[in-house]
Ligand binder design. Structure first.
Ligand code: WQD
Length: 350
């Protein structure tokens, strides 16, 4: 790809109205990029556009455009690429509920794989071959050894959601094998949590949260009775699952770092985006209690099928190649998550 300054770069962000996408768009606009969000709002609120604009201010807000459509809608995508000079793509759009994917494989493979194949076909038709993909540590499965590096083996997934991440990494790798001009960065996120420090944006899952921290946050505001801890008999210091939680704003800056790093390059590169630190479920509950100043009630439930005991990242590669590393710790993440949840008890719906 050609080397471009941020001010001369237009980035298409699929799923950009979502949790990680919206925080990434704030970062890109603040860095001077032009941003076109494509989102069908199936798991995001239209209010996010104004929140992004409020955070970045009027000058940068003029560089943001939201197109409400399904990434799988080829005609709509063709129209976007015909009316904009898209230089880079960050691909977040996809269904992401692990449990739901087990009961809805057709929807997950159609949506997640289908929208990716449509996207890269339209990109190719318009000579745009630079893409960052929102991947996940889930491709490492149950690790043989920790911490996980980018050379750690990929394992068979235990659910369709995980398989779609695994398969999309393979699809994008095969694109480059077929045409070396492709410029692919695969970002493997660990566990994104937290919210924008302004309290204007945050995680807003529909229905009962699948993930731990949104459930803890809703318990803290009294929307849930108690946190259900899925097993305390794991081989970890306190028996509960260990994960590498990373602040969503650190994840956003990781995408900006990847855009800068991939500028003018070709090839396929994988980066772990984590903190390098493992935190248990009980430690999260305790930290959130500190952030909100009250005891978070919890009960111990049986293990959740498919959960791994522990995973956390070795982030040396991102630090050495991109000069990026996470800045926020778990207390920062819980503070910002509580600030968002307490100010927005019903998320974006007020
Ligand atoms: C974290 C820990 C649970 C809920 C998944 C995807 C990953 C990413 C994030 C999708 C585990 C425990 C959870 C609860 C609990 N992408 N837990 N009670 O499973 O590590 O990762 O979500 O969004 O790709 O794989 O995240 O937050 O569900 O679980 O005890 O109500 O919290 O057992 O140890 P996970 P999680």
């Amino acid at each position: 790809s050609e080397t471009l300054a941020p001010q001369d770069t237009c980035v298409l962000v699929t799923g950009g109205a979502g949790f990680i996408g919206s925080h990434t768009c704030v970062e890109l606009l603040q860095d001077g990029y032009k941003v076109v969000i494509v989102d069908d709002l199936s798991n995001a609120s239209a209010k996010v556009e104004d929140r992004i604009k409020t955070i970045v201010g009027p000058e940068a807000a003029a560089n943001l455009e939201l197109v409400i459509t399904d990434v799988n809608d080829r005609d709509a995508l063709e129209k976007i690429f015909s009316t904009h000079k898209i230089d880079r793509v960050i691909h977040f759009a996809g269904f992401k509920a692990v449990g739901e994917s087990v009961s809805k494989p057709i929807e997950y493979y159609t949506n997640n794989l289908g929208n990716t194949l449509t996207l890269v076909d339209v990109m190719r038709n318009h000579g745009c071959k630079s893409i960052i993909f929102s991947s996940s540590a889930t491709v490492y499965g149950d690790p043989d050894s920790l911490p996980l590096t980018e050379a750690s083996p990929k394992k068979p997934a235990t659910n369709p959601y995980g398989w779609t991440k695994w398969m999309i990494e393979q699809i994008l790798t095969d694109l480059h094998t077929a045409d070396p001009e492709w410029n692919v960065v695969l970002l493997r996120y660990f566990n994104p949590i937290g919210a924008h420090p302004s309290g204007l944006m945050g995680e807003d899952p529909k229905g009962i949260p699948n993930n731990l921290v949104p459930y803890v946050a809703q318990t803290a505001i009294g929307k849930r009775e108690a946190v259900h801890v899925f097993g305390n008999d794991y081989d970890t210091p306190d028996g509960t699952g260990v994960r590498d939680y990373i602040h969503v704003c650190d994840l956003a800056s990781g995408h900006a770092a990847a855009l800068a790093w991939m500028n003018g390059r070709e090839g396929v590169e994988v980066f772990n985006l984590g903190t390098g630190k493992g935190t248990s479920v009980l430690e999260i509950i305790t930290a959130f209690g500190r952030a909100c100043g009250k005891e978070i009630p919890y009960v111990i439930d049986p293990r959740r099928p498919g959960d791994v005991t522990s995973n956390y990242a070795d982030c040396t590669k991102a630090r050495e190649l991109m000069g990026w590393e996470a800045k926020f710790d778990v207390d920062d993440m819980c503070r910002d998550s509580w600030n968002w949840q307490s100010k927005n008890p019903n998320g974006y719906e007020g």
